[in-house]
Design a protein around this ligand. Structure first.
Ligand code: ADP
Length: 489
């Protein structure tokens, strides 16, 4: 099949979260199943160039052709360029518009409001990603792509199926299936109605049956309506988003499309996330047969950050948002830090959470460390060194952290939701892969952390974790089944 994936973040070019990991792995796995793969993403010029240089990958990217494009949007002619490249056998289209995409951050900037420093979305996000979506059709036309599947991911690519079925019908083969994957329903691409002209969609689509959502524009709503198939990243999350608790106001609408809605659990890139070859822990590489280096790594790592290095080490690598349950951790932080544990949290996000964690770090300097920021190297070291990995998410579409943790023999402590429920088997004796708790509260979190002291056979659980096959192959096969059955599904 000829398959085009469209997303805003794709590893190893650009990443702010799990979306990039999925897009770095799924296309590769589909290629191994003998498909011709195309991917398209915005050209975040400086960030991408720096990233490739830093990882020594610049020479692996072969530029084949650059073309100029013009998109008329908002009564203006917007100019851009498309760079067509080859990267590890995959066809890559970078959509360039330096005014839109060559910025410091992907979606947000820091503003000062009422004397407070805040993170705010860029005002022109709809225009930026509308430009990106319209460019896709220039690519299809200019490069004469005859595609079986156009697979769009999250709100940044949500306009593509809507435009395909409205503005660009003449360009799209009837047999082409449009798949839309929701990676996180908390981000729906909601914009004020006054920005409608940025989309260039017919005005009649601003209706309750289409993109209108409480007076605003909702891109995900439109993508759900106009895609042939909708998927999300775990079977449990596919059910959850049709409920009031997890549906973010779209539950009723999604239920109408439940016959098109499928949950496929993500995998991880098991070559990249491999404790045996991971260069970030190169002095302590280990595998299932011999984990003695994991203990050495823990001791060394704990010595650097904590007073006592033999205590159970709990790690967390996370965006600091309410989704991840940070508010519940903070609520009971004093109680948690009285336990005989070392805790390290790496993350960034909500400024209030960051500030609270910083002050707890001062208070509990002996056994709590907070590292503020995005740090790939430290993340690898946390997965490698920790005994337990903490993910008390309020909701979790799939979650990659718990899977990476299992690969590194760090036992997940997770709340029973979404992909956490689908990927972690609760511990019973020496069976299972993690501590799973239900209660969505600080109490639930405290109880779950406490249960690490009742574990009889930690070594067996760690082995169970490391034995699980987390590769993308199985997920890619499932996507193939969905692609092959296409509209008939
Ligand atoms: P989400 O996509 O909701 O942020 P996931 O668990 O699906 O959460 O994926 C998060 C990915 O981002 C993992 O690969 C995790 O290791 C990485 N990550 C998150 N925060 C950081 C950070 N501060 N530093 C390094 N890596 C991070």
């Amino acid at each position: 099949m000829r398959i085009l994936h469209i997303a805003s973040e794709i590893e190893p070019f650009i990443k702010t979260g799990g979306l990039a990991d999925v897009l770095g792995s799924l296309p590769k796995a589909l290629k191994q199943l003998k498909n011709e793969i195309y991917i398209a993403l915005p050209f975040y010029k400086d960030l991408i160039n720096e990233n490739l240089k830093h990882r020594g990958l610049k020479s692996k990217l072969k530029k084949i052709k650059t073309i100029d494009i013009k998109i008329s949007l908002n009564n203006k002619e917007l100019k851009g360029r498309v760079h067509f490249c080859k990267f590890q056998g995959i066809n890559v289209f970078f959509v360039e518009n330096n005014e839109f995409f060559n910025r410091k951050n992907l979606y947000t900037h820091i503003i000062e409001e009422d004397g407070e420093v805040k993170v705010a979305d860029y005002d022109d996000n709809l225009l930026r990603f509308s430009f990106f979506a319209h460019s896709i059709f220039s690519i299809i036309k200019i490069f004469k792509l005859d595609l079986n599947i156009v697979h769009c991911h999250d709100w940044q690519a949500a306009l593509v199926p809507i435009l395909a079925k409205n503005n660009y019908k003449y360009l799209i083969n009837d047999k082409t299936n449009f798949i839309f994957t929701i990676h996180n329903l908390a981000y729906q691409g909601i914009f004020p109605k006054e920005q409608w002209a940025y989309t260039k969609l017919p005005w009649k689509l601003f209706s309750m049956e289409d993109l209108e959502f409480w007076g605003d524009i909702n891109l995900i709503k439109g993508a759900v309506k106009y895609s042939d198939i909708i998927t999300t990243v775990s079977p449990t999350y596919a059910k959850e988003i049709q409920t009031k608790e997890y549906g973010f106001g779209l539950d009723g609408f999604l239920s109408q499309y439940s016959h098109h809605l499928h949950g496929v659990l993500n995998g991880i890139d098991v070559e990249y996330w491999n404790p045996k070859t991971d260069t970030f822990i190169s002095n302590y590489n280990y595998d299932l047969n011999d984990t003695s280096n994991k203990l050495m790594l823990k001791m060394e790592f704990s010595k650097k950050y904590f007073k006592q290095n033999a205590l159970p080490l709990i790690g967390m690598v996370s965006r600091l948002t309410e989704q991840k349950g940070i508010q519940f951790i903070l609520e009971d932080m004093d109680k948690i830090m009285e336990l005989p544990i070392n805790l390290i949290i790496l993350g960034s996000g909500n400024k209030n959470f960051e500030n609270s964690l910083k002050s707890y770090e001062k208070k509990y300097a002996d056994n709590f460390h907070f590292e503020n920021g995005y740090n790939e190297s430290l993340a690898h070291n946390i997965y490698g060194a920790s005994d337990f990995f903490f993910m008390p998410s309020v909701f979790e579409p799939c979650g990659l952290g718990q899977m990476i943790a299992m690969r590194y023999g760090s036992i997940p402590i997770v709340r029973e939701t979404g992909g956490l429920k689908d990927s972690i088997v609760p511990i019973e004796g020496n069976a299972g892969t993690g501590i799973v708790f239900k209660e969505n509260s600080s109490k639930g979190i405290y109880k779950a952390i406490n249960s690490i002291f009742n574990m009889d056979d930690k070594k067996s659980i760690m082995n169970n974790c490391m034995k699980i096959n987390l590769s993308w192959r199985a997920s890619a096969r499932e996507y193939m089944k969905i692609y092959e059955r296409g509209k008939d599904l």
